[in-house]
Design a protein around this ligand. Structure first.
Ligand code: ATP
Length: 656
């Protein structure tokens, strides 16, 4: 695949994507986590690239979000979905859902969303999901006790790249290999020519070394699983709690993970623990054994009546305190006992097995001496032999575990991905549940919303009054202050955006046209100066051109300039739109003036106050079709006219 063909992907990003193993799959699935593994790509950029790839696949030019306010509204809608995720992955993945004009794309997401809405939202699943994250690659860890060797300079580079954990050594002959075997516990020679070589030490000739990472560096797999332990266990839990079909045996996964600690070291093997402890305890055991022997001898000497011949006594006096011969003669048996006790202590405290205690025999001098001192070279030999036994066992166990984990390496990617994707589905399911959504139907012209409730209102969703609103063609929306005109435009915008994203909408029923563009203009913050007015007018001039089936939502455009001029401008824009088959809703308090200025019959809908209750307006939130709603001042004057006997209010009311 030509990555540069994706909108927004240049040469540099394409090169980065090419370094991924599974870029095409990741682009197809919108797998932002996998894309973000490409060097230099952030999760946000990965989502943008995934969007570009989707657009390209569906032939969508990406023009739906036509104004900055439309884009803001999309961000708000996306935020509501993202707030219902447990994982950062799902948060980013939701960014690959965008309003599209391509029917195939809308259909694709609708199929996904319909399935998602059927998912049960279970707290245990959400709990487990909060600990799931994309699998990470732990940093390369050097392994110092093993090396690779080759006489072939070409294979050297390849091997060095394949095994960054190990030293790769260039050798010329058997002597070089023997030399390496003295420095490393294990030497793996990768050249066939050395097959059958006979040198001392652990030397293996594996010409297929490049295909055997689990044998050569089992640590790689162990570290990977150790680093991802909590993510993997959480993904396993998600599968169980949600009753999903896991990509690998969860029992095997848990068993494998129980055999390695967080540092990638083996755990759970008693024999390895015994050997590891023995190596660590050799010095302490030997020194305690020495004390045991000396204590025994001291007691024995104390209790012994020593008869000493005159010549011996003379010799002692003349030669200094050499008592060895005396000990030999008088306490030979006791000395043997002392050594036996000392050796026994070493064997017992290190839990040595037969075959491992060879050096222990030679640990103390057999000729009687006092105080007894151990032989350091023998103690160190004991430590080296135990260390070698430990390393061999660890290497064998690591290789066995790496083989078991190796079988799980690929499936766990899918295991975690499936769990993360479930979070995306559950976000959609929770959104649909929280805002009582239905799947909209596409067809006809304009839109028809029944029982729509905006999730963006500043009141609790439970307190939002349902709104019915149908528009075909171009219409003005009039209504009392704070009646809900802006909220109605927001509702229409939200419903249309969600529908074009392929998602369910917060309403009882919705039918709508497949729009090409959504132009939404928010209320301007007040009268503009001449320059700003000109710029705004240019913006609106753009509105009069563009895709035929566009939806235009404009909130109180009149505030940009004085009412008379505003009415004319709005009338002019409406005329253009009316002639182009666009759908448009313009919120305005100037319906009368606009009608007068327009050269076609402008439809006016109205959000009406049905009365005043305790000084508060009681509003029917659903716009009434073809009805110019009375304004708040009119309602208040009417109220005063009815309540007080002052004829002024009656006269005033007639002016409305
Ligand atoms: N459908 C609804 N259900 C419940 N409350 C609503 C609904 N629509 C609007 N409101 C409430 O009315 C307030 C005013 O709504 P909104 O700003 O949409 O009115 P408006 O008609 O645009 O006002 P203005 O004429 O001042 O521009 C909202 O902040 C909200 O509290």
């Amino acid at each position: 695949m030509e990555f540069t063909a994706i909108p927004g992907v240049g040469e540099k990003t394409a090169a980065s994507l090419a370094r991924l193993d599974d870029a095409e799959r990741a682009l197809r699935d919108g797998d932002v986590a996998a894309l973000a593994r490409a060097p230099g790509l952030t999760a946000g950029r990965a989502a943008a690239i995934a969007r570009g790839a989707i657009r390209k696949r569906h032939g969508d030019d990406g023009g739906f979000l036509a104004t900055s306010h439309t884009r803001d509204l999309y961000e708000d809608v996306l935020g509501l979905l993202q707030a219902r995720t447990e994982t950062t992955y799902a948060e980013k993945r939701l960014e690959t859902l965008f309003p599209s004009t391509a029917e195939s794309r809308i259909e694709e997401v609708r199929a996904f969303a319909s399935e998602a809405m059927a998912r049960e939202v279970d707290d245990a699943v959400l709990d487990a999901l909060s600990d799931v994250a994309p699998l990470k690659s732990p940093p390369t860890q050097r392994v110092r006790e093993r090396c690779l060797a080759t006489a072939d300079a070409e294979r050297y580079a390849e091997t060095d790249e394949a095994y960054p954990e190990l030293s790769v050594e260039i050798v010329e002959d058997g002597r070089d290999i023997a030399e390496l075997a003295r420095s490393y516990s294990t030497v793996v020679v990768i050249d066939e020519t050395f097959a059958g070589i006979d040198v001392e030490g652990d030397v293996r000739v594996w010409p297929d070394a490049l295909d055997r990472p689990a044998d050569i560096v089992p640590e790689r797999l162990l570290n990977f699983f150790a680093a991802n332990r909590s993510r993997l266990l959480a993904a396993a839990e998600v599968h169980e709690a949600a009753g999903m079909d896991p990509a690998c045996s969860l029992a095997d996964l848990r068993d494998g993970l129980s055999r390695v600690d967080d540092d990638g070291e083996l755990v759970g093997d008693d024999e390895l623990t015994r050997l590891t402890n023995a190596v660590d305890d050799v010095s302490a055991a030997v020194s305690t054994a020495e004390s045991v022997a000396n204590d025994h001898l001291r007691d024995a000497i104390r209790e012994q009546d020593v008869t000493i011949e005159g010549t011996d006594f003379l010799s002692l006096v003349e030669q200094g305190a050499r008592v060895d011969s005396l000990l030999d003669r008088e306490l030979a048996d006791q000395y043997d006992d002392a050594l036996a006790k000392a050796r026994e202590h070493v064997v017992d405290s290190l839990s040595l097995k037969s075959g491992e205690d060879g050096p222990v025999e030679r640990l103390f001098p057999t000729d009687p001496t006092f105080p007894v001192e151990h032989r350091e070279d023998v103690a160190s030999r004991l430590k080296t032999e135990l260390g070698a036994a430990r390393d061999q066992r660890a290497a064998r166990l690591k290789a066995e575990l790496a083989t078991d984990l190796g079988d799980l390496r690929e499936p766990v990617e899918a295991l975690v991905r499936d769990a993360l994707e479930r979070d995306v589905e559950l976000a959609v399911a929770r959104f649909a549940r929280d805002f009582e959504c239905v799947m909209p139907e596409f067809g006809g012209s304009g839109f028809a919303i029944e029982g729509g409730r905006s999730p963006l209102l500043d009141v609790d969703f439970a307190d939002v009054d349902p709104v019915d609103y149908t528009v075909e063609g171009v219409t003005l929306l009039s209504g009392v202050n704070s009646g809900g005109k802006t909220s109605t435009l927001d509702l229409v915008g939200v419903v249309v955006l969600l529908a074009h994203m392929g998602l369910p909408v917060p309403a009882e029923r919705v039918r709508l046209e497949t729009f090409e563009e959504l132009h939404y203009y928010a209320k301007s913050q007040g009268t503009l100066d001449a320059g700003a007015f000109e710029a705004t007018l240019r913006d609106f001039a753009d509105l009069t051109e563009g895709a035929e089936n566009r939806l235009v939502l404009v909130d109180e455009l009149e505030s940009i300039t004085e009412p008379g001029a505003s009415a004319k401008i709005i009338a002019g824009i409406l005329e253009e739109l009316d002639g182009q088959d666009a759908t448009a809703v313009f919120v305005s308090h100037l319906a009368g003036g606009i009608r007068e200025a327009a050269d076609f019959h402008v439809a006016v809908d109205g959000i009406e106050a049905v009365g005043l209750e305790d000084g508060q307006l009681v509003v029917n939130r659903s716009p009434v079709k073809d009805h110019l709603a009375r304004s708040t001042p009119e309602l208040i004057v009417e109220k005063l006219a009815g309540e007080s006997g002052n004829a002024f209010y009656d006269r005033l009311l007639k002016k409305f």
